[in-house]
Ligand binder design. Structure first.
Ligand code: PRP
Ligand code: URA
Length: 209
């Protein structure tokens, strides 16, 4: 498996991934579980961020402290990536947030773009793309290409469920991008859905089934 693919192992993640997979989970419960998963992914992923030493004055004396060296920019891929934003912002509240709108064509499985809006200075930021599902990898690869063309070089991708096909695509097209996932699934079905997966993440998050 790709050395840049990190499967996060945590009891709360395993419990929440089970809730997210369950077809009987309603949207309210789905959103809450996705937010908790995003909290844990944010903690794990941010271990890779660079730190700079700073001095801080306590009420008693000066001591060494630390600050994040680079700004952080979160970029959810619409729609489903929106469900991960709050969980990341709870851990990194100072982050700026860009948006990339992509929708897979159900016949070709190719992503169709419909919206882009990202903050300035991607080149100096730690840029974290958010999308719960890495299936064929077409959407993630397209979104990463866009971010790279806008200057991003410190790129991370946080997802909930990854399929081997998608990991392989990102590994070959974006070998420098670190992928953090809560689950690694078996394969895709003929319609490009992840097995066992959790169905359509956007529909389940927003109740549009
Ligand atoms: C889903 C998901 C990813 C994409 C993954 O979005 O959130 O963006 O599919 O599939 P891929 O790896 O094969 O490209 P979808 O296109 O269903 O849009 P939505 O979030 O608006 O439902
Ligand atoms: N997009 C989803 O939301 N679910 C899948 O299983 C594959 C792509």
């Amino acid at each position: 498996m790709n050395k840049n693919f990190l499967l996060i192992d945590h009891p709360i993640l395993k419990r929440d991934v089970t809730i997210l997979r369950d077809k009987n989970t309603d949207s309210e419960t789905f959103r809450a579980a996705l937010q908790r998963v995003s909290n844990i992914l944010a903690v794990e992923l941010s271990k890779a961020f660079k730190l700079s030493a700073i001095e801080v004055e306590t009420p008693l004396e000066k001591t060494q402290g630390a600050k994040l060296t680079h700004n952080v920019i979160l970029v959810p891929v619409l729609r489903a990536g929106l469900g991960m934003v709050n969980g990341f912002l709870q851990i990194i509240p100072e982050a700026k947030v860009g948006h990339i709108g992509l929708q897979r064509n159900e016949e070709t499985l190719k992503p169709v773009e419909y919206y882009y809006k990202v903050p300035e200075h991607l080149e100096s930021a730690e840029v974290v793309m958010l999308d719960p599902m890495l299936a064929t990898g077409g959407s993630a690869s397209e979104a990463l290409k866009y971010l790279r063309n806008r200057g991003a070089s410190k790129l991370f991708f946080a997802c909930l469920v990854a399929a081997p096909e998608g990991i392989k695509k990102i590994e070959s097209e974006h070998p420098d991008v670190k992928i953090f996932a809560a689950a690694l699934d078996r394969e895709l079905n003929t319609k490009g859905y992840i097995l066992p997966g959790l169905g359509d993440a956007g529909d389940r998050t927003f109740g549009t089934l």
